[in-house]
Write a protein that binds this ligand. Structure first.
Ligand code: 57M
Length: 359
């Protein structure tokens, strides 16, 4: 709204022209999102405590987690509030992709919210069943895939990292790729969100990385120079990525070890959904394997552990999955696991940026 209110006045007040620039709005939008979380954080955490929305901790997990019982959860509500308000303030609301992002943010947040609400407020032991959650996630991702497929300037070509001339056209199959990427990312982040700040940090890293890709993909000259698929309007996603990074960073202030608040499913499902959708819109879908490499590693650890467990009637590859529990049970302090996993996420993000030149 700031953009829509102030930019038109640039004809009489020339310095308001600055609101036209994506770079300018990205900086202030991310600061807005950050500040909303920082300012609201203490009030929000107090409210969660008053409402007795505290985490239930499973007894079969690492012993160190038992002390975490009662930590306020559903902090994701604050993240979503910050993202939606900052987007409405700073983004170009005539942009199709911004509305796709808001759709994913609110609907995936909605699924997570219902799950948390049933467990934390209605005190049901299970919340939404895993199958239901999965079906709702697929339906929303399918709608997103369909809307993108039908959008006139969105291409269904698939960029293969490191290969500039091989661009298969997936046609309607692109909708299924969209579903796979968004649902996969959402669940990957959810599985990773098991230590203080473990998912939040890499979300900031992925958002900052995709900020660069969104800017280039939406810029006709830069995309041509760097030979990545040009998507008109995608540049506005830079502002959204900045907002996502700012909100996650603001939340990390409170979620960092020792956490004063957890994000809950309302946070993890929606943040993952957003990263997946950004990967799709910037047409860097496969690169998400690197940008969100930590989420992929965590997910694979669960797939291998559960697969091996079933095949061998109870034998395990890791002491416990997801893999962060394995290192905890090996005796690494929680803060060491977290920071080392962040380091891995940063290295993978840097590698992903190198694909801009290595092709
Ligand atoms: C949710 N949720 C955390 C918090 C957070 C298939 C199976 C591997 C699934 C997996 C699973 O359910 N994962 C997804 C992970 C929970 O955190 C809440 O959940 C939200 C995210 N959805 O925001 O509200 C706990 O995580 C800890 N936590 C922190 N700091 C944070 O900032 O310390 C979270 C955020 C919190 C807190 O302790 O209570 C969770 O782990 O439950 N299942 C598992 O992860 C379980 N693994 C397992 O059973 N592995 C088996 C294999 C054969 C399936 C094995 O390896 O033997 C473990 N999780 C726990 N205990 N907590 C095992 C037992």
């Amino acid at each position: 709204m700031i953009y829509h209110l102030l930019y038109p006045l640039h004809t009489s007040i020339s310095y308001l022209n600055v609101f036209k620039y994506i770079t300018f709005r990205t900086i202030y939008a991310s600061l807005t999102a950050f500040l909303i979380c920082i300012v609201l954080g203490p009030l929000f955490i107090r409210k969660l405590k008053q409402l007795q929305i505290g985490q239930y901790v499973r007894s079969e997990g690492p012993e160190s987690h038992l002390d975490k019982a009662g930590t306020p959860t559903m902090g994701g509500v604050m993240i979503l509030f910050s993202i939606v308000v900052s987007t409405l303030l700073w983004a170009d609301l005539t942009n199709f992709y911004i509305w796709i992002m808001l759709l994913v943010t609110l609907s995936y947040g909605g699924i997570g919210f219902i799950d948390d609400y049933l467990m934390q407020i209605k005190k049901q032991s299970t919340g939404l069943s895993a199958t239901r959650k999965f079906i709702y996630q697929i339906i929303i991702a399918f709608i997103v895939g369909y809307l993108l497929y039908k959008h006139n300037t969105f291409s269904t070509y698939l960029a293969i990292p490191f290969f500039k001339n091989f661009l298969p056209d997936l046609g309607i199959g692109y909708i299924f790729l969209t579903v796979f990427v968004i649902v996969g990312a959402s669940n990957g982040v959810n599985l990773t969100d098991g230590l203080d700040g473990l998912a939040t940090g890499p979300i900031v890293i992925a958002a900052v990385t995709y900020m660069g890709f969104a800017y280039v993909a939406g810029h006709i000259k830069l995309s041509d120079y760097l030979q990545i698929i040009y998507t008109p309007g995608c540049g506005e996603l830079t502002v959204f990525c900045g907002i996502l990074a700012g909100a996650a960073l603001g939340f990390l202030w409170f979620n960092s070890y020792p956490a004063q608040v957890f994000m809950g499913d309302v946070g993890s499902l929606s943040l993952g959904g957003m990263i997946g959708t950004i990967a799709v819109i910037t047409k860097q879908e496969l690169l998400l394997i690197l940008v969100g490499g930590l989420f992929v590693i965590e997910t694979l650890s669960v797939i291998f552990q559960v697969g091996f467990f079933k095949m061998t009637n109870g034998k395990r590859i890791f002491k416990m999955a997801p893999i962060h529990h394995h290192f905890e049970l090996k005796g690494w302090p929680e803060s060491k696991v977290i920071v080392r996993f962040w380091i891995i996420a940063i290295v993978l993000a840097l590698l992903s940026l190198s694909t801009l030149k290595l092709r």
